[in-house]
Design a protein around this ligand. Sequence first.
Ligand code: ZN
Length: 837
Amino acid sequence: MIGIITSGRPVSRRLAAQKRLAVAAILVAVLAIAGAGRADQPFAPSRDYDLEHSTIRLAFDAEQRKVIGDVAHRIAMLRDGADRVTFDSVGLRMESVTLDGAPARYELTPGQLSVQIPAPARRGDVHTVEIRYDGSPRQGLFFILPDKNYPDRPRQIWTQGEAEDTRYYLPTYDYPNDRLTTDTYLTVPATWETISNGRLESKTRAPDGQVVWHWVQDAPLSTYLITVVAGEFDRAEDTWRSIPLSYYTPRGRGNRIPVTFENTRAMLDFFSTTFGVPYPWPKYSQVMVDEFTEDGMENTSATTLSTRALVNPATAAEHPLREDDLIAHEMAHQWFGDLVTCKDWTNLWLNEGFATVAEYIWEEHEYGRDEADYTRWNEARDWLAQERMYSVPVVYSKFTDSMEYAPNIYTKAGLVLYSLRNELGAAEFNAGLKHYLEKYRGRNVVTGDLLNALDEATSRNLDQFFQQWIYGAGAPSLGIRYTYDESAQRVRLEVNQNQKIEGAVGLFTIPTEVEITTSSGSRRFPIVVSKPAETFTFPADGPPLLVLFDPGDTFLDAVRFEKTPREWIYQLRHAATVPDRADAAAVLGDLTGHDAVVAALVESSHADPFWGVRVQALDSLVKLGGMRARDAMFAALDDPDPRTQATAAALLGVFVHDAQTAARLEAVVRGGKTYRQREAALISLGRIRSPNAYPVLLEAMRTESPDDGLRRSALIGFGELADPRSVPVVLEWAAPGKPLATRAAAIRALGSLDTRNGETTRRLVSYLDERISPIRRAALSALEERDDASAIPSLEAVLNRGDLSEPVEASVRSVVAHLRKSGGSSGASGAAPGRND
Ligand SMILES: [Zn+2]
């Protein structure tokens, strides 16, 4: 699964990553509140029975947001003496429960359905429990419906089971450590599509004119991977090695399917070869749905994705990697997660680490080493910036929500697996994966199973590797310096492990290399770092021009390498790999007062062969400031890569009140190279408070563009500018009936506009009544930012109605708490008319 809430397209991967972190921080705050009600279990429960097969029949009363279900479970008892069997079930109303065809006694608690067995069970007894029920799920199953403001919205019903939410729409055994096969019958209107796990067995017409779709999943899966999607969709079809492929978007957006999914077949080839096991399911569907709670979810043979990831053909060229990372991630899960599944959430990294490393190796294969290296470089920096992750191992059980330490189980685990691949070599690494997948195919695993499989396949004992990176916490924090002994012609390299050895953080043993460059060329020397402090010596036929530790940043660490500005500049200009040049660019951004540093960064910002290093040079120049930095941004507006171009326009947003910057940004808005660059320029124009910003943004509001990108960015720009003249147009676009993504941008802008107007606050509260998640999120964000305490009673009234889903309810509570704390210091009763940063 990838769970992210982002709107709009990132200017660069780095900025995207920062945005993700900001969102993650908000989610953690929200979860802390929601955690009181429920928690994901870190360890698998002991089982009384094996759920072998479920026949699931679902129909829907869409207008009432109601599911009507009938599920027959075939179970085999696993222990003698049990007098009842329990199923997880939340908020569902039982119509009838039978055991082997006879009415059964049962008890219903808020979390479980417990069914009595007349005679004490004997191991091996097989029973069929059939449950008829209905309910209006708060989560797990979602209805996206037209309403009076949006009468043409395509109807969509979709589920999201992970982590423990299948129980909200299906009474079942809801933990990964059991696997079952399924027959799924979905009764829907004749014009609808349905998608579920496995192959489509039949479509038959019901007496009432509806159609019953029968899906058969005959290889076992865990219940969190069950999926049901139904509604009004466009569909496209294809085949790969005689396996049917299908792609769906909500009706009306089918033209985006080809460009979004163009690499699907190549990815299936690549992963089948790399993992050594061909794609293991009878079909592969990728289904885009609106308002999805995640970015993607790897349901077995039928991945669900958010429509936020749909690529618009009109702007596809501006996004060189399209949404390949997401598509590769969910596809890789079809092996790692679905074919072989973690036994419990404590071992969730066995799903997510592999899905993440699969993104890197697909990027490397399709887009080249530099792209993949730059992605890893950024992700490592993101992870290191999150101090909360450092003391917690990848395998960790003390959480309340399985996503609480997501950066460890996704980013760190992905980077560690990449290091392992680097250490073993791709061929041995792949051989290990093949053995692991074959040995545990159709089973549930813990970390030790992977460790043993790798050992069996490669004869490499990886106990220490796993101990330090997976069972242990943190990463090495290295202090490095060197001296050159002219007379002996030797380099003495001192390496200190400076991380605090405490808790789960220990010393690391790291096999790596040192590269020494002198005027006669470069040489590499293998070393193993393992002690708190050690010194290595190497021959060098002259004073080094450059010394690199771990060239290419092959493992996760934080390094402070003492080098002179001159050496860093040499590294920026001459290092062979993207991570080494990007490291140099980043370090140079902290070296103020050196003319040569600025000159080198300016040169790198246009001369480096890789776009991401050029971005990094621009980023550092912004920190050093001054007109030379600004002029480098101006030059980069014409960079050959759309990502660097757009970053330059975004970074110009720091040159507040600068007339020349304003003039250049206005020119980009009107005639920029790409939409994404024009969009970034609109936001920057608001940010720099250009006197002319208001009319330019207003003009952009009248300009049509793909997905309303210019209008949305102009609205964000209005929020930054906080010019009261923009209030009428922002209110107009915040109103019900406007395109949803554009409207959400307008609503967010109201966080900093018209903040003393209680009527606008009331209007924002009223938007919470619409059951549209991006609108609710935008309204909550604006209400929080406005600091208008007059919203509190209305928000409390919304809470008291009790009809919100748990995450929305938690967000409303968090906004109320914020408003109470800030005491309405500004806004309706306060003095500040807007922002003044
Ligand atoms: Zn995932």
